[in-house]
Write a protein that binds this ligand. Structure first.
Ligand SMILES: [Zn+2]
Length: 405
């Protein structure tokens, strides 16, 4: 009996989510089209759309059709009805954003974050979220939930952080703690995985079933979309492209192994190599500033201006990155690889090198079926990952039913 009720709930949940998603995706759609698209009986569509209208989530619109000027009724999402709170808790900065269901940013805020313990981390996060909500309460009509992204290993199903690279954590039940404190559902996941999902839903990998998102920042990591779903594995340690060994005789990595990609290619590694070469007297535009050490963006800009040292450094990094990407492409054959991070400011320099790696180090099936390399459009919007987590829960995972009941 319990199983039957559980199955009925699942069907109800799936149907209502499918109908709402069809309306949100189309912007305006008739009941007949919904029935066809969602494979539902007309009666079910009428019942579900009535429920969504009563909850204030959709509205009816009169539309003039081309057929002899007849008027038809279509359904559209009620603009501005739902809001989503999103946070990115990075190693040194906390970014908060409040969005509507389309991803339009209504308000944002950021502050430094350098917690010494998981208790302190959770405390600061909750206090900042509370303050932010209070400041921007005029925007809020129906807050669907909060999505939080962090570096490290996140068990998204259980809402637990098991590892953070910059902070010692012990199975931190962050989702439950934030949800209890704010009184709204909370969804958490790894930042890079969430951005892979965001690009898949709204960015440059939209429309591709399989994509690889590669981020180069303080470390190098990847998020994988396989068959339209975010791949999370069973032990969470997936997408560790930064720990592919590139140089067996190379430097020791913090993971304990030697010559990992991350020891050669992340921002601090490129900057360190640059400073060493500058100190040894290699001529460069980067020598001009005596006060500030060249950071990755300065290196990219110098390379774009034709500086030889910056060019050589970035081409070397792109070659190593391209090698690891080529290995991943041989394994997964994504339709597209999305690159993200500050290094993309020198895309014109690194792109030909990475493309050459793919051409010479992957199995070529057909020239037209080559994996493309594109550049993230959402990376500079740090709230997008958290926003996508809540939106996915709303449209695909049953949060909608909780919201309207
Ligand atoms: Zn490593």
């Amino acid at each position: 009996m319990t199983t039957v009720i559980a199955n009925l709930d699942f069907v109800k949940e799936r149907n209502i989510s499918a109908v709402y998603q069809a309306i949100v995706d189309h912007g305006s759609i008739s009941r007949i089209q919904i029935a066809r698209q969602c494979r539902l009986a007309a009666g079910s569509v009428t019942r579900i759309t009535r429920q969504l209208m009563e909850a204030g989530l959709i509205v009816e619109q009169e539309q003039q059709t081309s057929e002899r000027g007849r008027r038809a009724t279509s359904l559209a999402p009620r603009q501005g009805q739902i809001q989503i709170l999103a946070a990115r808790a990075g190693r040194t900065k906390l970014h908060l954003g409040l969005c509507d269901l389309s991803g339009k940013l209504l308000a944002e805020y950021s502050e430094p974050i350098q917690p010494l313990s998981q208790v302190e981390f959770t405390k600061q996060l909750i206090a900042s979220l509370r303050k932010f909500l209070k400041t921007h309460k005029k925007h809020i009509r129906c807050l669907a939930g909060v999505g939080i992204t962090t570096p490290g290993l996140v068990n998204s199903a259980k809402g637990i952080i098991t590892f953070m690279p910059h902070l010692s954590v012990s199975n931190l039940p962050l989702a439950e703690q934030v949800s209890d404190a704010l009184g709204i559902p909370c969804f958490i996941n790894n930042f890079i995985s969430s951005m892979a999902l965001a690009e898949h839903h709204f960015g440059v990998s939209r429309g591709f079933k399989n994509s690889l998102f590669v981020s180069v920042h303080n470390g190098v990591g990847a998020g994988m979309i396989l068959d339209d779903k975010l791949y999370e594995g069973s032990t969470l340690a997936v997408g560790e492209i930064g720990h592919i060994q590139i140089d067996p005789l190379g430097e020791r990595c913090y993971c304990g192994n030697f010559g990992c990609l991350e020891t050669l290619v992340c921002n601090p590694a490129i900057e360190k190599r640059c400073h060493k070469l500058l100190a040894s007297g290699v001529p460069s535009l980067l020598n001009k500033s005596q006060t500030k050490k060249a950071d990755i963006l300065a290196i990219c800009h110098a390379a774009n201006e034709g500086d030889q040292l910056a060019n050589d450094l970035l081409k070397e990094a792109a070659g190593n990155l391209g090698r690891a990407i080529a290995m991943s492409v041989n394994l997964l054959r994504p339709d597209t690889v999305v690159l993200a991070g500050e290094i993309c400011a020198a895309a014109t320099i690194i792109h030909p090198v990475i493309k050459h790696c793919l051409k010479t180090q992957t199995v070529s099936i057909n020239e037209n079926l080559q994996t493309s390399v594109v550049y993230s459009t959402l990376y500079d919007s740090p709230w997008y990952g958290g926003f996508t987590l809540v939106r996915r829960a709303l449209l695909e995972e049953g949060l909608l039913l909780q919201l309207i009941q």
